[in-house]
Design a protein around this ligand. Structure first.
Ligand SMILES: Cc1ncc(COP(=O)(O)O)c(C=O)c1O
Length: 378
């Protein structure tokens, strides 16, 4: 199989698997227990926390483990909004992941005013509009750092300057940015940052939330675990996996960015040259080095996905999380693509185990499938 869907999820790295395995077998202690088994688990958890912190330039005390980014985002919202109950306004963008969008819809039903900032045709946010949208009643600004569908990276440094000036709480959904671009929170004053294990070669169902040490925090699940910031026994094996995954991502980051960029660029450039009627969705620069979102005019992406799958190639049309709802990509629609263009777009995302040979095969398969669909088109 040629796997070009790393933004949907990543396989578990063998090093990560090896690190978590003992905690699913012999080391089954509860980290809150006083016994030796418990202390071993607690110690391993402490190390995993510092590995995650190191990847993002944070302190260990600023990292809490969650069940994934959806929970991290919900926790950040709950904490920010309940710490500041008199403020009832949330600012976000039209290109957020469904985890944030769903939450905003929920808060809207609770009476919060939501401002969704629009993006231009390249997927970029207007910073003037952002500045204007923030008012004294704004409780939270929540933005995606790097887009899961297009890879477009928002200008976070400038966004931080604005939030500092306007004194507004900032949460960043960094799920796709983590392990793909260098992040140093010791130099970036933000309040909350969400990340997920299954985008950085750890299992699904584990994530973390960064909370700045000076940010007032109110837990979503009250309890004694995670230093009183998240109740419930920790998913120890998966926390250990996330720690190891963070360590590996940290070590490989610069090398992988370069290697994956070369693979992605070759795939993208050749498809744009080789096939007529193909266009790039999103900016060319300021984009994740592993992601390419292309519109193949005159085809239906869902049909292409089926044919590509039959040929052993796995990619996606938009976000995997929206596939079940069968709604066209809100991200591409927000960028002004027509309904036809949105439904003709495919996302390719390479990763740690992608090879030159896979790109060769993909470059053989994709043009054939596109040609076949165009011939069959009414
Ligand atoms: C940008 C972004 N945010 C949030 C999520 C949700 O993460 P999780 O699956 O860990 O809940 C995803 C996962 O697809 C994502 O890509």
């Amino acid at each position: 199989m040629i796997y070009l869907d790393y933004n949907a999820t990543t396989p578990i790295d063998p090093g990560v698997y090896a690190a978590m395995l003992p905690f699913m077998e012999k080391e089954y202690g509860n980290p809150s227990s006083m016994c030796t088994l418990g202390r071993t688990a607690a110690h391993a958890l402490m190390e995993a926390r510092s590995q995650v912190a190191a990847l993002i330039g944070a302190r260990s005390c600023e990292v809490l483990f969650t069940s994934g980014a959806t929970e991290s985002i919900a926790t950040a919202f709950h904490s920010a909004l309940s710490s500041n109950p008199s403020k009832r306004h949330i600012v976000t963008s039209t290109t957020e992941h469904s985890a944030t969008r769903n939450l905003c819809h929920e808060y809207e039903t609770l009476g919060y005013e939501i401002t969704e900032l629009s993006v231009d045709s390249s997927g970029m946010l207007s910073l003037d509009a952002l500045e204007e949208a923030i008012s004294p009643s704004t409780a939270l600004l929540s933005l995606i750092w790097a887009n899961n569908e297009t890879g477009v990276i928002f200008p976070i440094e400038t966004i931080i300057e604005i939030t500092q000036r306007k004194k507004v709480t900032l949460h960043l959904d960094a799920v796709q940015a983590i392990g793909k671009i260098p992040i140093d929170l010791s130099k970036l004053p933000i309040d909350y940052l969400s990340l997920s294990g299954h985008k950085i070669y750890a299992p699904k169902g584990i994530g973390a939330l960064y909370v700045h040490r000076h940010t007032l925090f109110r837990p979503l699940f009250p309890g004694s675990q995670e230093n009183g910031r998240r109740g419930g026994t920790e998913n120890v094996a998966s926390c250990i996996a996330l720690g190891k995954a963070a360590e590996l991502a940290h070590q490989m980051l610069l090398h992988e960015m370069k290697r994956e960029c070369a693979l992605r660029d070759r795939l993208e450039k050749t498809l744009l040259e080789k096939i007529e009627g193909v266009s790039l969705n999103g900016v060319k620069k300021n984009r994740l080095s592993n992601t390419s979102n292309l519109c193949f005019h005159g085809i239906q992406a869902v049909e292409a996905l089926l044919l590509l799958d039959l040929e052993g190639l796995c990619c996606s049309a938009g976000s995997a999380c929206n596939t079940k709802s069968k709604t066209p990509s809100h991200v591409l629609s927000a960028m002004g693509l027509t309904h036809d263009e949105v439904s003709s777009s495919l996302r390719f995302s390479v990763g740690r185990f992608s090879t030159e040979e896979e790109i060769d095969h993909a470059l053989n398969i994709i043009p054939r499938v596109v040609q076949k669909l165009r011939e069959l088109a009414p």
